[in-house]
Design a protein around this ligand. Sequence first.
Ligand code: GH3
Ligand code: MG
Ligand code: MG
Length: 472
Amino acid sequence: MSARILVVDDVPANVKLLAAKLSREYFDVLTADSGPGALEIAQREAPDIVLLDVMMPGMDGFEVCRRLKADTRTLHIPVVMVTALSDGSDRVAGLEAGADDFLTKPVNDIALFSRVRSLVRLKQMMDEWRIRERTSDELGVVRSEDTEFDESAENADILVVEDSELQRTKVTQTLEIDRARVTSTLTIDDAEGLANAQDFELIIASLTLRNEDGLRLVSRLRCLDRTRQVPILLLAQEEEMQRVAKGMEIGANDYIVKPIDRNELKARVRTQIRRKRYQDRLRTNYQRSLSMALTDSLTGLFNRHYLGAHLARMIGRIAETHKPVVAIMLDIDHFKDVNDTYGHAAGDQVLKEVAERVSRNLRNFDMVARFGGEEFIIVMPDSTLEGAALVAERLRLRIAEEPFHVDAPVDELRITISLGVAATDDAATTPTVLINEADQALYAAKRKGRNCVVATGMEDIPPEILAAAASN
Ligand code: GH3
Ligand code: MG
Ligand code: MG
């Protein structure tokens, strides 16, 4: 995992030392010796991480951090404060100023690499989400300008795994400041069971359990679907740094060294909760925008855009399956009259109801899309022309036999549809050709008098198919 890291310190020896350590681990290193210099390089070079000295003449590290986080070009770059002060309040001030993490001088190698790697991973993931969000923006879907810092860190659901009562109490009391709902447990098995049954926003796990290895919990949580994305904060002893590094490598997000500083714990928990909530929101927005881009908002069916891609994939598969793919195109008869007589809103209700009845009468792997105004297309893989004609006839009956209910003064609104069926067993057929054939069959059905099915390559729908459709 390579990344570009900007090291900022006013003392040349400090810059050299950190740069050498990072280069040895194959990180790409940029350097700056002042706050303004750091800001300029950060804007120009867009590094993946900034390691920022706190004490600098002129503009100090806190100020640089604040400016980086206030600029939309650099807002997303993680900042690690490097402080000589062992004063806890200073470190916490850094986190509250928007820093993503901090390290104390002299910088411990294991701490340096595990923090840097974890932030690089985070940055890569966030970059990916932001690219996707930009895509949904281009698709014309709402996009929020909020950042991680706009998320609340309160009322979080947190699981604490710690068998020392003293530590557990201390952690729980600290979490109560932000009104967290805390569940605590003593063993890895219980923790795994709980985390797999309920959504937690953070799991705090001790590495110093008496009879168990906390790292095992980390690896198990990273294998379960439900907990894969839940942040994990490790509680460790100073002399366990090797195991901490291992834990970060296998997926823990952060750690804190005992004796636990309450302010530090509070700040680290807040960061993890905010990040989690922000990522969840990006994910939800993305899924919503995806579904908006691929589906029709009135009926909830797939749209024409998705239909094209899906049909191409289905036809492509004929080379392996050697089974025909069928397209059924259907169109509501005299639909314009429905609008003209009962209004557009009633027309919309009819469209929805048609979509529902059609969907309900298909197999799971058949796909139905709204092709245009009152035209729908059904794609059936692994089917035959006869089988599809039967389905089409059944759909015709399901629409025609039951009246529709709309919010208009009408007792019985009867609706009918006409359907055209076309099939191909040639993997070289294009979606457009198949759709055109179905469209021509549909046109023939309209000419024939509507409320009927026409299939390409069939003179008339055979009576046994009509009988079979009517009997189920
Ligand atoms: P035919 O039997 O030949 O298909 O006649 P038709 O009246 O159904 O066909 P035509 O193409 O003349 O009219 C289709 C109508 O569908 C016209 C249009 O206003 C209406 N329409 C298209 N999209 C929507 C929609 O989203 N909602 C409503 N309410 N009406 C729509
Ligand atoms: Mg019509
Ligand atoms: Mg039409």
